[in-house]
Ligand binder design. Structure first.
Ligand code: F6R
Length: 607
């Protein structure tokens, strides 16, 4: 994910900022840059690629400045390139800006400025901030920042410098982390503690909707209403490794906890006036009306998103969907038709089998739409259409937040298609949108209850086999729960469609074998109760997940976890969360290498 660092003091700013950016490298990035003010001139150095490339660029230029802002970029709006790298400066080179997050209304703001004659050079949402600062410049740096910030919607942490104010650095925070590091005659800003931990342990944590005006020996913090805010100094007592994980023991836990943000960032910018908007989707209403069939092709967890998608798209958009493992699809010679659509789902955008399936489909003249997390990845580059998940970089090998972001893209896409095809009424469409907007908070409410899952994991972590059962989308989520568990805890685990149990698998059930049962679907609830009874009668220890209010589940279960209510199609986003925690805790109690399970790689670039 993008990283911010900034410095104001008396030392050379650039080596300090480079050192800070290096400390943020672990988070993943595709370009890096720095802006300083030197002799009342704004200088920007930025480049695609590694921090070493930036160092080379700087060595060739020479510098002498004691304040500046730096950034590592993880592309969201616009591909990784020198031009799209941060900092972004305004046209006359007066302001420079680094930014983490997403400006949701950037297209509207950009259009407005273009109409007024402002020229843009990058594809980013961030450049809008720099150009707004210049267009609405009052001559007073602080006032100008306040007026521009009031126009921005979305999530953002921002560092700003202005060539006429070399003794001031401004930081803005809303829904994206930003801290101020406190030094002696010098101060820092950073998106994450590791960036400044070698310089200071004393920090101010900015809260949402706050603006800090930072000088080398003075800091004023205001809320968005321009009222002064007083902060307590927080002393960091973490070492660098736990600071990288923001105090969590593992990246997997950190990423599980980041899911409300990943889901919010993926959904919110795509809903305007209660309608779903996909920028740059060249799938016309006619293309959608003429669709014959959708093939969803992916590997591992991304394939499991495809399994949910089949139920979702068929249910609300009424388009037939087939789901294939990419490794099977590429060799099975599917009977493709030019009115079919291939959807490739991939976090990394580099998975060899998924890429081969994409190329095979294009060779057959079939359009490919990809759902990808890494901007500029090969799958993204070669697809006819892309919808990005904005989950940020995932470091743990086992995917959690990217899976959740992929799920919500599926809901968005299914609803978008259903709307164009008229397969759902306007009222139902609006109800779905309202529920979609509430999902991040509902996920958050489950995260707060993670401790409820610990007892079950403490008792059963050493079980040889653990089974998952469910029907319909619950079955699709069981597949993911089971994969996650075996991946990180090495427990043998299988997921079964609950109705299939008596056709064979039930012979595996014996005394005290844990069975995790998902019973979230109202119309299938009583059928699930019967299936749970079947395994319970054979001695299984039952852990059930049901929607709050469905207390009858307690009659058949040994352990229960309730998820909040939401509409039928979005339940997977909630039911998967306890399963992620169960995998995590089982692996923790077994002392497994949670972030880097044996034999696995984050990106599988070989067949
Ligand atoms: C499971 C997991 C893998 C990936 C699979 C596809 O936790 O991470 O199963 O989902 O290797 O990878 P991408 O999504 O990068 O194509």
């Amino acid at each position: 994910m993008c990283g911010i660092v900034g410095y104001i003091g008396e030392k050379q700013a650039i080596p300090i900022m480079l050192c800070g950016l290096e400390k943020l490298e672990y988070r993943g990035y595709d370009s890096a840059g720095i802006a300083v003010i030197e002799n009342n001139k704004l200088k920007v150095f930025k480049t695609k690629g590694r921090i070493n490339n930036l160092k080379e660029l700087l060595n060739n230029n020479g510098y002498n400045s004691s304040m500046g802002i730096g950034h590592t970029r993880w592309a969201t709006h616009g591909k990784p390139s020198d031009i799209n790298a941060h900092p972004h400066s305004s046209n006359s080179n007066k302001f420079a800006v680094v930014h983490n997050g997403i400006i949701e209304n950037y297209l509207d703001l950009k259009e407005e400025l273009i109409k007024k004659g402002v020229k843009f050079i990058s594809e980013t949402d961030t450049e809008v901030i720099a150009q707004l600062l210049e267009y609405y410049d009052t001559g007073n740096f602080v006032d100008t920042v306040f007026s521009v910030v009031s126009k921005l919607q979305g999530a953002f942490s921002i560092g700003i410098i202005c060539k006429d104010n070399p003794d001031e650095l401004i930081a803005v925070k809303k829904d994206s982390p930003l801290i101020i590091g406190l030094g002696d005659g010098e101060n820092y800003i950073a998106s994450d503690i590791p960036a400044i931990l070698s310089k200071t342990r004393k920090i101010y944590r900015l809260d949402d909707e706050e603006i800090a005006v930072i000088k080398k020996d003075k800091i004023n913090i205001y809320n968005f209403n321009k009222e002064i805010v007083y902060k307590n100094v927080f002393t960091v007592d973490w070492d660098i490794t736990s600071a990288e994980k923001m105090g969590y023991e593992h990246f997997m836990m950190k990423e599980i906890m980041e899911q409300p943000k990943a889901v919010r960032d993926t959904i919110y910018p795509r809903i305007k006036n209660n309608k779903i908007i996909f920028d740059q989707l060249s799938l016309s209403e006619n293309d959608i009306k003429n669709l014959n069939r959708i093939y969803i092709v992916a590997c591992g967890s991304a394939y499991h998103v495809g399994c949910v998608a089949k139920y979702t798209i068929e249910k609300i958009a009424k388009i037939p969907v087939e789901v294939d493992f990419a490794s099977e699809f590429r060799y099975r010679k599917p009977l493709l038709n030019k009115n079919d659509l291939i959807i490739i789902i991939s976090q990394s955008g580099e998975t060899a089998d998924s890429l081969a399936a994409l190329r095979e489909s294009k060779k057959n003249g079939v359009k490919v739409l990809s759902i990808v997390n890494v901007v500029g990845s090969t799958i993204a580059n070669e697809s006819d259409n892309i919808i990005y998940t904005w989950a940020g970089p995932e470091i743990a090998v086992a995917t959690t937040k990217a899976y959740s972001a992929q799920l919500v893209v599926i809901y968005l896409l299914a609803l978008y298609m259903a709307d164009k095809l008229g397969t759902i009424s306007n009222d139902i469409y609006t109800d779905y949108i309202n529920e979609l907007l509430k999902l991040p908070d509902k996920i958050e409410s489950i995260l707060k209850r993670k401790d409820e899952l610990i007892d079950f994991c403490k008792i059963y972590f050493n079980s040889r086999d653990i089974f998952f059962i469910g029907r319909n989308v619950d079955y699709a989520v069981c597949l993911e729960g089971s994969l996650k568990l075996k991946e990180v805890s090495y427990a043998h685990s299988e997921a079964y469609a609950a109705g299939e149990l008596k056709h064979g698998p039930i012979s595996l059930i014996e005394n005290d074998v844990p069975v995790i049962a998902l019973a979230t679907q109202d119309d299938l609830f009583y059928k699930m109760l019967s299936n749970i009874k079947e395994v319970k009668a054979r001695g299984a220890a039952i852990f059930s997940i049901a929607v709050e209010g469905n207390t009858k589940i307690e009659q058949v279960s040994d352990y229960n976890f309730y998820i909040p209510t939401t509409c039928d199609i979005m339940l997977p986003s909630l039911s998967v969360i306890p399963l992620q925690f169960i995998s995590y805790y089982v692996a923790l109690y077994k002392n497994c290498d949670i972030d880097k399970p044996r034999n696995l790689a984050k990106s599988v670039t070989v067949e």
